[in-house]
Write a protein that binds this ligand. Structure first.
Ligand SMILES: *Cc1c(COP(=O)(O)O)cnc(C)c1O
Length: 341
């Protein structure tokens, strides 16, 4: 489909094949120079490491068209660093940080006609990922890998404004205490699908997971970090070694302190105390913040005072400030905006 045929305002969060993707291969102990290609197909050995033992990881970030017509990405250095950490944990060769940022620049620049116009709410989503390609049958790391970045235009996550969602406290666990919860491994998502379907069947939008060791503390949902606002207007974010370090969460906490003069408290959050919070939200690149109106823990229902109709006031303030920075309406802290063209 040609991009001219896309109605930016009607896009949802799904894949649309853009023109170019970036590819680099790792062989004989080194990454090749990498290039852009129009070929969207990946052809693999039937025995490739990714297909047998799920040696794959990914990242997600966006390119935005700013109010003054520039194309920018948001903190790609943090995605690059996180992917290095993920790769190490999965015994994959890290794709060098500077090369990751260069690949982001190349692929966005080549697909600039696919970056939705300012004001449509749509953005260009980038999906960097890496996987083991050579045949692996005994359990061991692959020796050859492919790193790719494709892009796809995505619509505003919430059409017609962000309606608060309902979460269910899951009986399943997301991440073992010393497992892979803190890295962006594909396997974390594969195992979340069954509980997610169950949550959907029960009428919830998402699962919120507890710490598996004690099942008393809030960790995060399948694909987003959780944040709370307390009665004093402070931002409270759960602390745990098995939470994925969200770039959005780290940016929102900085925004709360530097732009909004709010206190940020990162600490363990007990499920028993969430009834005392006044607002709740989920944060990640896709939606920035999804307001949460309700959390159900078996026969206990927590309804946040912000209600089921609209975002709470502090959540809204955080959302407006961060999206203002991303879209170039507000001045960004040093190093947050990476200008492409
Ligand atoms: C990707 C992801 C997030 C969100 O991270 P961002 O960098 O803000 O997009 C949160 N939780 C999990 C489990 C994730 O995989």
């Amino acid at each position: 489909m040609a991009n001219q045929a896309l109605d930016w305002g009607k896009l949802d969060f799904s894949y649309h094949k853009a023109e170019y993707r970036y590819v680099s291969n790792y062989r004989n102990g080194e990454w090749d120079e990498g290039c852009l290609t129009t070929d969207d197909q990946v052809v693999l050995s039937e025995c490739a490491g990714v297909l047998q033992y799920a040696q794959t990881c990914f990242e997600g970030l966006k390119a935005y068209r700013t109010v003054d017509g520039r194309i920018v990405t948001f903190r790609p250095d943090l995605n690059a660093e996180r992917m290095v950490n993920t790769a190490k944990r999965l015994v994959m060769p890290p794709f060098p940080k500077e090369r990751f940022i260069d690949a982001v620049r190349q692929v966005v620049k080549a697909n600039q006609d696919w970056v939705p116009p300012y004001g449509t709410g749509a953005t260009l989503y980038l999906r960097p990922y890496m996987f083991g390609t050579n045949p692996v049958i005994g359990v061991k790391p692959a020796t050859e890998y492919q790193f790719r970045i494709f892009v796809t235009p995505v619509g505003p996550y919430f059409k017609g404004g962000a309606k608060p969602i309902s979460l269910c406290v899951s009986d399943y666990d997301r991440a073992a205490p010393r497992g892979t919860g803190h890295v962006k491994a594909g396997l974390n998502y594969a195992m979340s699908l069954y509980p997610l379907e169950e949550a959907h069947r029960s009428g919830f939008n998402e699962n919120v997971y507890l710490d598996p060791a004690t099942r008393t503390k809030i960790e995060e949902t399948g694909g987003a970090n959780v944040l709370f606002v307390d009665r004093d207007g402070n931002l409270v974010v759960p602390k745990s070694g098995s939470i994925l370090p969200s770039v959005t969460r780290r940016s929102l906490t900085a925004v709360a302190e530097k732009f909004l003069n709010r206190k940020v408290i990162e600490r363990e959050v007990l499920i028993s105390e969430i009834k005392d919070f006044v607002e709740c939200g989920l944060c990640g690149t896709a939606a920035v913040i999804s307001p949460v109106g309700r959390i159900v823990d078996h026969d206990t229902e927590i309804l946040f005072p912000s209600g089921m109709e609209k975002m709470g006031p502090v959540t809204q303030q955080l959302y407006d400030t961060l999206t203002g920075i991303q879209m170039g309406r507000l001045e960004a802290p040093e190093g947050w905006i990476c200008e492409i063209c």
